[in-house]
Design a protein around this ligand. Structure first.
Ligand code: SF4
Length: 297
């Protein structure tokens, strides 16, 4: 039985089980990531899907360092004062995509409130380096909230479209002080809404973790907010405590309830929905996000 980090004497529910990574492709992915010195959110966030995703030859690349300027207690990524962006990173990521043979990459970053553009130009540089190798590369960019520089950041990113634009609201607004103290729910919505206004043909995606103490009514209100501002892709997964110091899990949502959430979200107009315990915003993104409203080929 798997240990439950929130209540060590209570076993995890039977549906919270994941296989460890193994197999030739897993080790090939691991070896390339290590050799090229590329960071992944798979490892940094202790994602439970790492074994499965890396065995399929996919990973979500984490750019702009391993140190976040925010300190969200649900997240395992380290916080502090980050180093300047590494100018060799775009080429290393491009080599990784080439060697893995992938044509759809989810790209994310730590929060970089220390940078005047929030890190947007580095996102663009990584995408441009990958497209210099493979012009048909598609991206799903999962970005921070670009506090204070939202319009400037999106203008920079405009040069590197099209992609799926993703920003996670993560939880309900009432839980922001506890789960996302450096964030602001309305700032996150504003970023998505700005993207919808500037890029009406770009799919917008957001994700929610369940199990932090939210009510169903509160979740429905978030889904309604997301639809109102034009978000059309939704991911909902179970929050799992990544370290012993992270926030406790308040509830394990059953797979059946996740399935009903998926039905409800589709009924609300989300055109792509992933709702299951191990859903993460980048999980199977390469299969689901392949077609854009804008054809890039
Ligand atoms: S779901 Fe995303 S973050 Fe998790 S292992 Fe897969 S690619 Fe990495």
């Amino acid at each position: 039985m798997s240990p439950n980090p929130t209540h060590p004497h209570t076993p995890l529910p039977p549906w919270i089980r994941k296989r460890l990574g193994s197999g030739l492709q897993y080790h090939a992915t691991e070896g390339l990531i290590h050799t090229l010195g590329v960071q992944t959110i798979c490892t940094q966030a202790r994602c439970p899907n790492q074994g499965e995703c890396w065995a399929r030859g996919t990973a979500t690349v984490l750019i702009l360092g391993e140190i976040c300027t925010r300190n969200c207690p649900f997240c395992a990524v380290a916080h502090g004062i980050p180093l300047p962006p590494d100018p060799t990173e775009p080429d290393r990521v491009a080599q990784l995509t080439q060697k893995l043979g992938i044509s759809y990459l989810v790209l994310t970053s730590v929060d970089r409130d220390d940078l005047t553009d929030g890190g947007a130009s580095h996102f663009r540089a990584v995408m441009q380096a990958c497209r210099a190798v493979d012009p048909s590369m598609r991206f799903e960019i999962l970005v921070p909230d670009f506090k204070g520089v939202q319009r400037e950041a999106l203008e920079i990113l405009s040069d590197a479209r099209p992609f799926v634009f993703s920003h996670n609201v993560e939880t309900i607004p009432a839980l922001y002080p506890k789960a996302r103290p450096g964030g602001d729910y309305h700032r996150s919505l504003a970023l998505l809404e700005l993207a919808a206004t500037m890029w009406p043909d770009t799919p917008l995606k957001s994700s929610l973790m369940l199990g932090l103490g939210e009510t169903e009514t509160q979740v429905l209100e978030v889904l309604a907010d997301l639809r109102r501002i034009g978000c059309d892709r939704l991911c909902m997964g179970q929050y799992l405590k990544p370290t012993k110091d992270s926030l406790d899990v308040e509830e394990f949502v059953t797979p059946e309830r996740f399935a009903r959430w998926a039905d409800q979200a589709r009924a609300m107009g989300f055109t792509w929905v992933l709702a299951e315990p191990f859903a993460r915003s980048s999980y199977h993104a390469e299969q689901s996000g392949a077609r854009h409203k804008v054809d890039i080929e």
